[in-house]
Design a protein around this ligand. Structure first.
Ligand code: HEC
Length: 269
């Protein structure tokens, strides 16, 4: 080995071990499950709103196949990002994902392999969960700590700060704005981005123009509660069941973000 190569190896291993934040780029689920043995589960399904049985792979096994360090990252408080083919990208606590019974389903147990999913209505279109659907057993469908994404394609790991820090409000922001940030991450970020951070099923809401710079906060609050009262066929679900204080806080957060715009990795717009 040349001296330069030896120095390079030492450098790479120092840099590698110094990386404090867990950060694993997206891995395709299809590539992880090839050798795995499927299991069958029955659950109260929040999408079909009845009991359903699925064949799939245990989520914990899928994540451990993806990354040997995943249990350590979980102890460090990492965040699991679940990205669907349409850009919907919710996240949840990685430790919680590893320690509960999640199944990455690839078909319904009582359907043939060449017709694996029952279609369901979403707005005016009919969808199926293809290619993968993350379901849970023993978890209430409305438990906000768990995600049930369908059309799931990839998994990735990041820290909460690495994923959402660039969309955090200014540190001196008032408690309502801080609360609104948490509400927004939980309920809105799977579809919307702020400073280009979040999903892209819905529009970006801060750059280059903050939504409160062209919609009044009153209309935003009313839209969130009842999108169809503004736009027939709106693709946004109603958040009427979210407590009003949370909706107001989410709007306060959006409004506060007009003083903190960035177009990716802290770059100004
Ligand atoms: C399932 C995806 C989804 C979720 C979750 C979601 N939205 Fe939306 N939202 C959309 C889509 C798609 C649009 C685009 C317009 C439409 O279809 O009405 C939209 C539009 C909007 C608009 C209007 C902006 C515009 O110019 O169209 C606002 C404001 C908004 N959403 C805020 C929120 C807030 C706040 C939350 C969380 C409480 C939220 N959304 C959650 C999908 C979503």
């Amino acid at each position: 080995m040349t001296r330069a190569a030896a120095v390079l190896i030492v450098l790479v291993s120092i840099l590698g071990s110094a990386r404090a934040e867990p950060a694993a780029p997206p891995v395709a689920i299809a590539d992880l499950v090839r050798q795995m043995t499927p299991v069958t589960v029955t659950t109260e399904d929040p999408v079909y709103k009845r009991s359903k049985s699925y064949v799939g792979y245990p989520l914990a096994a899928v994540l451990r196949a993806a990354w040997p360090d995943v249990d350590r990252w979980a102890e460090e408080g990492a965040e699991l990002v679940l990205t669907a083919v349409d850009g919907y990208a919710p996240s949840m606590d990685l430790a919680r994902a590893l320690n509960h019974n999640g199944i990455v389903a690839f078909r319904e147990a009582d359907r043939p392999e060449n017709d694996p999913w029952e279609p369901f209505a979403k707005g005016r279109s009919m969808l199926t969960p293809d290619p993968y659907y993350l379901v849970w057993t023993g978890i209430a469908a409305d438990d906000p700590h768990f995600r049930w994404p369908y059309k799931l394609a990839t998994v990735s790991v990041t820290s909460f700060d690495a994923r959402y820090g660039g969309a955090a409000p200014p540190a001196r922001a008032n408690p309502q704005v801080q609360r609104g940030f948490r509400v927004f991450v939980q309920n809105c970020m799977p579809c919307h981005s702020v400073n280009l951070i979040g999903g892209n099923t819905g529009p970006e809401l801060n750059v280059p123009k903050n939504i409160t710079e062209y919609w009044s906060t009153r209309h935003i609050a009313a839209f969130i509660a009842a999108p169809e009262s503004y736009r027939l066929r709106s693709k946004m679900p109603s958040f009427a069941t979210l407590p009003e204080a949370d909706r107001t806080a989410a709007v306060a957060y959006l409004s506060a973000m007009k003083t903190r715009k960035s177009c990716g990795e802290g770059k100004p717009c």
